[in-house]
Design a protein around this ligand. Structure first.
Ligand code: ME8
Length: 501
């Protein structure tokens, strides 16, 4: 089976921030998990470089758009490995191959009769690079997202006959109840469609920073259509000399924030249908990260959580864990440094880190580092029974927070097990040697199994721990808690989550 997951491609008019990191990390967890299961995975992220927001930002800094794009694309590109993201390709919409493919696909939309020339007049937000419909506009003709004043724009454009897809989109939504997830965002998109679709502008006349319209070179494509097509074009040139489209299209999951729902759940499937291309399987829409005060993060409010600061202080894996754990994926959630510290100390250091170091220390102290090769405890086996497949089912539905909660319940179960069995008591009486053997074996096996499941969330830390347990197999088949211990011996390890000042 193939699994293709994407993040939005990020605008290069600004610096990477926590919101970008969030989506990339979530997509990475899904990609890593599917790889563990032996699926053929392709994970795509990248940058959105054309259009008004970038041209305007470049002008404000006295730069050419391409200069600003090159400069900021590098920062986004550098961020992915820093986040531990395992993307297979990084697309830039200024790539020549992307541009050529966009022209090819949209020419087909034109040839299929889904475009016409018309006069567009409407309220336009230059920051969204989007015309707003009347019922979205705030008082004072302001953008509902950026709160800035909209401008009244009029120009001759090529239009996309979105209205021709009214029935086809309604059918798509009726046939595929999981096309948009979670449910409340499906409902939102569905009701937008049912309220009646209007044709949309496909090109812009007064902009040069974009992809030229092949049948009318005086215009460039509206940046959103250029950008959306990245998901499709990337597959055709990501691997030198190899076209991956047949293998990975349609995409399994587009992971996006709720700010760009309309483009992905309405325009995008219609555009694909117009070009005769299959629509993606799922669009998963996550919520907004908010400042610790519950308000939208913004520099002027001073409530921004800086991903680089979190990584410097606590490490990449702690940032990944925190974001997947503290904000239920799919909803909004407040984030802040205090909450990071609490999760780090209470859960990573005191629960998982402590469990790992205690297990290794006791096996070292009582059995010279050799894990007793005896049957594991049936009681613990019962608590672990069937749970990897429940984790997998949740991750198949793009629910990393709930899956992590299930895994964490097992981390806690293992800590309780240590307390209940009190190996330090058993070690005092040679008559308890058999029980001590069984306890240590069960513990080693439990720590191994949960670490395999935590691997997609915290790849570096779990790899270090599994190495100390002498375990090479991080595949999903190793996620089951087995009666036969999967760990032969342990070696000493530095604390996984050291104390931070
Ligand atoms: O919209 N909370 O790019 P963009 C959670 N180029 N996620 C957030 C967030 C927040 N506060 N802020 C940003 C664009 N994000 C277009 C996309 S796709 C074909 C083109 C994340 O740089 C979230 O994924 O504004 C959101 O959808 C995306 O960044 C917007 O990034």
């Amino acid at each position: 089976m193939s699994f293709y997951v994407t993040t939005p491609i990020y605008y290069v008019n600004a610096q990477p921030h926590l919101g970008h990191a969030y989506t990339t990390i979530a997509a990475d967890v899904l990609a890593r998990h599917q790889r563990q299961r032996g699926e053929d995975v392709f994970f795509l992220t990248g940058t959105d470089e054309h259009g008004e927001p970038v041209a305007d930002a470049a002008r404000a800094q006295g730069l050419e758009p391409k200069e600003l794009a090159d400069r900021n694309a590098e920062k986004f590109k550098a961020l992915t490995p820093q986040l531990g993201a395992s993307n297979d390709f990084f697309i830039r919409t200024s790539d020549k191959q992307h541009m050529a493919k966009v022209q090819e696909v949209l020419q087909r939309v034109h040839d299929n009769g889904y475009t016409y020339k018309g006069l567009y007049e409407g309220w336009y937000c230059p920051r969204c690079a989007d015309f707003k419909v009347e019922n979205e506009i705030l008082e004072g003709d302001r953008c509902p997202i950026h709160l800035i004043e909209l401008t009244r724009e009029q120009e001759e454009n090529w239009f996309f006959r979105l209205s021709s897809f009214q029935e086809a989109l309604e059918k798509l939504y009726a046939d595929r109840l999981d096309f948009v997830m979670p449910q409340h965002h499906y409902n939102e998109a569905h009701s937008f469609i049912r309220s009646g679709l209007q044709d949309v502008s496909l090109t812009r006349a007064h902009l040069t920073w974009g992809i030229t319209v092949p049948w009318d070179p005086s215009q460039v494509f509206y940046v959103w259509f250029d950008a959306l097509l990245n998901y499709y074009t990337a597959l055709s040139y990501a691997r030198d000399g190899d076209d991956l489209t047949d293998e990975f299209w349609p995409a399994t999951y587009h992971i996006i924030g709720k700010d760009i729902l309309k483009f992905h759940t309405v325009f995008w499937p219609a555009m694909l249908m117009a070009a005769g291309i299959a629509v993606p399987r799922h669009v998963f829409v996550h919520g907004f990260l908010l400042g610790a005060d519950g308000r939208k993060m913004s520099k002027s409010l001073g409530n921004v959580l800086d991903p680089f600061e979190v990584m410097n202080q606590y490490g990449t894996d702690a940032l990944r864990f925190y974001l997947m754990r503290d904000v239920a994926f799919g909803g909004d959630g407040a984030v802040g440094m205090d909450a990071v510290r609490t999760r780090y100390e209470a859960e990573l250091a005191n629960e998982y880190g402590n469990l790992a170091s205690r297990a290794i220390a006791m096996i070292t102290r009582y059995r010279d580092g050799a894990v007793p090769q005896v049957e594991t405890d049936g009681e613990l086996a019962r608590d672990f029974d069937g749970f990897p497949s429940r984790v997998a089912a949740l991750l198949d539905r793009a629910e990393p927070t709930q899956a992590l909660e299930l895994i964490w319940q097992r981390v806690r179960r293992l800590n309780r097990y240590v307390e209940e069995r009190a190996p330090w008591q058993l070690a005092k009486d040679p008559a308890d040697a058999g029980r001590l053997d069984r306890t240590l074996a069960s513990l080693a096996e439990g720590v191994r199994a949960v670490s395999v499941l935590l691997h997609p969330y915290m790849p570096a830390t779990t790899a270090r721990l599994l190495e100390a347990l002498g375990v090479r197999n991080t595949g999903f088949d190793g996620a089951a808690y087995a009666a036969r211990v999967g760990v032969a011996s342990v070696s000493a390890i530095e604390p996984l989550f050291p104390k931070r000042s």
